[in-house]
Design a protein around this ligand. Structure first.
Ligand code: 2PG
Length: 245
């Protein structure tokens, strides 16, 4: 049996301001920093250790990973950063307030933009100053979407899992992934075979380690949040309600 740990970044400045974030590279808040440190303390206290870490190219995930590892005295571990673990691109919604959008367009529409499997938010114009196509952290402009639905995120996360992360787990490496609400949802949808309709209600809380126990074919046996399960459930429910007017 293999054990994989997933962690969504700690609270970001735009989580706090309730703004759609996507590929915008915002940092952690002080709460986010302490969530990441608590995750590291918990992992250490429960005797977890890792050989290899993966994260996105966004600082809220990178910093969460580093703070978690620092608490474990493991900042020396190899870390692979790849844009394919980035948050789902939120298109023209990036920077806008979720509750304001719900007031303007209705809770139902915002739920579609946030959680529907195959309806993307309105696309950014390539000329929009928010567009990341000239950002040199990305391999080429075509790799940078102008918007994504979860299906699009699955289409980049799952090949990265299959080609890169899964072989390292199967070679015996203990893996920690620090990523984002929707890139983690994309991976979980694939691992657990969640339907397009059931994935709508899956929400990932900030900064709480999520353990997946996997069989030799990397099929999930069970999963659970470390620490207080009721607190994790409450934090996930709070994420679900961020898009309400
Ligand atoms: O804004 C975002 O990029 C994500 C995660 O913070 O939000 P949501 O939970 O609305 O998909």
């Amino acid at each position: 049996m293999y054990k994989l740990v997933l962690i969504r970044h700690g609270e970001s400045t735009w989580n706090l301001e309730n703004r759609f974030t996507g590929w915008t590279d915002v940092d952690l808040t002080p709460t986010g920093v302490s969530q990441a440190m608590s995750a590291g303390k918990l992992l250490k206290a429960e005797g977890w250790d890792f050989d290899l870490c993966y994260t996105s190219v966004l600082k809220r995930a990178i910093r969460t990973l580093w703070l978690t590892l620092d608490e474990m005295d493991r900042t020396w571990l190899p870390v692979v950063k790849d844009y394919r673990l980035n948050e789902r691109h939120y298109g023209g919604l990036q920077g806008l307030n979720k509750a304001d959008m719900a007031k303007q367009y209705g809770d139902e529409q915002v739920l579609v933009w946030r959680r529907s499997y195959d309806t993307p938010p309105p696309a950014l114009e390539a000329t929009d100053p928010r567009c990341e196509r000239s950002d040199r952290r990305y391999p080429n402009p075509e790799a940078v979407p102008l918007t994504e639905c979860l299906k699009d995120t699955v289409a980049r996360v799952v090949p990265y899992w299959t080609e890169t992360i899964a072989p390292s787990i199967q070679s015996g490496k203990r893996v920690l992934i620090a990523a984002h609400g929707n890139s983690i949802r994309a991976l979980i949808k694939y691992l657990d075979g969640i339907s397009d309709s059931d994935i709508v209600s899956l929400n990932i809380p900030n900064g709480i380690p999520l353990v997946y126990e996997l069989d030799e074919n990397l099929k999930p046996i069970r999963h659970y949040y470390l620490g207080d399960a009721a607190a994790a459930a409450a934090a996930a429910a709070a994420v679900a309600s961020q898009g309400k007017a």
